[in-house]
Design a protein around this ligand. Structure first.
Ligand SMILES: Nc1ncnc2c1ncn2[C@@H]1O[C@H](COP(=O)(O)OP(=O)(O)O)[C@@H](O)[C@H]1O
Ligand SMILES: [Mg+2]
Length: 278
């Protein structure tokens, strides 16, 4: 039985400032999978075509462009397992993420989705203005609007680039947390799924109370709702100890934990691709 898997890199435009970290985590995961007896072929998103000479048995992917996800979806429908699934990656598009988490009743930063052509109702400042689809790819995609007029300027900036929808979110004060996770359910021996978090380094920590178990549970609920198996994101711990989930991403760079994470992802993939439960 062929054990060929494809590993697909993130599009460089979706990795501003993180190109090499994003590349490294995929490469290392591929190496660990090879050591487990899989044959790994790494590809760029552009190299993915439905009419490949031969289909892989499995795909693991960091790419995010819709057109590539659609091609992969065709493979998936043909019976090739994917981690993350193309649908889960699509679910991290900001407007979909908001709708999916809302539907699943997972607490998320209050978010208002609006058309970039709309004149926004006055809102309390500062407010974050984010493009409604993909995550930050360039300046202007994720902006903190502090003064009256900044919101309109940010929306217009998105509109002229052809981005039709935006999201407004209140600015939340507190300690900024980054997190990484692998697997949504328990492992084969019911061990908790791999989860790591840390305080973002470029900040003056207030030292607000933080319940780590609560954080892990909140993140896992979000990942499960979105269908993500390899994920990361951002949250804020506020002065009252409340945790506010800001963002969830598919297959992040795992930069601070690359060695550990790549081994854990490969083990997870090996299990998943051998028909093991999610
Ligand atoms: N509502 C918010 N309150 C406080 N900080 C925020 C808020 N939204 C975004 N940020 C800051 O901006 C960063 C980027 O926002 P995020 O939603 O994660 O977008 P992206 O990952 O696409 O850049 C966050 O890591 C955080 O530092
Ligand atoms: Mg983010």
């Amino acid at each position: 039985m062929s054990r060929v898997c494809w590993g697909i890199f993130r599009e460089a435009t979706h990795s501003p400032g993180r190109e090499s970290d994003d590349t490294e985590i995929l490469r290392l995961t591929g190496k660990h999978l090879e050591a487990k007896g899989f044959h790994v072929e790494l590809k760029t998103a552009d190299e993915v075509t439905e009419n490949a000479d031969s289909w892989p048995r499995f795909v693991f992917l960091m790419c995010e462009r819709l057109e590539v996800l659609e091609r992969l979806r065709a493979l998936e429908v043909g019976g090739v397992p994917h981690v993350n699934t193309p649908r889960a990656v699509h679910n991290t598009y900001r407007d979909r993420m908001i709708a999916v988490l809302d539907e699943a009743n997972v607490p998320f930063i209050p978010s208002r989705v609006l058309a970039t052509s709309e004149a926004p109702e006055p809102c309390s400042l500062p407010v974050w203005v984010k493009r409604g689809d993909v995550h930050n790819t360039q300046e202007g995609d994720v902006v903190l609007a502090s003064a009256a007029g900044d919101v309109e300027t940010a929306l217009r900036g998105l509109a002229v680039r052809g981005i039709e929808r935006a999201v407004l979110q209140p600015h939340v004060e507190g300690d900024l947390i980054k997190f990484y996770g692998i697997g949504a359910g328990g492992g084969p021996h019911r061990e908790p799924p791999w989860f790591r978090w840390f305080y973002h380094k470029d900040q003056k920590l207030a030292g607000h109370p933080l319940d780590q178990r609560q954080l892990a549970r909140l993140v896992r609920r979000a990942a499960a709702a979105l269908g993500l198996e390899v994920y990361g994101g951002d949250a804020i711990a506020t002065a009252t100890g409340q945790l506010v989930l800001l963002d969830v991403n598919a297959w992040p760079s795992f930069a601070l934990y690359r060695d550990e994470a790549s081994a854990a992802i490969a083990s997870y993939l090996a299990l998943r691709f051998s028909g093991g439960k999610r």
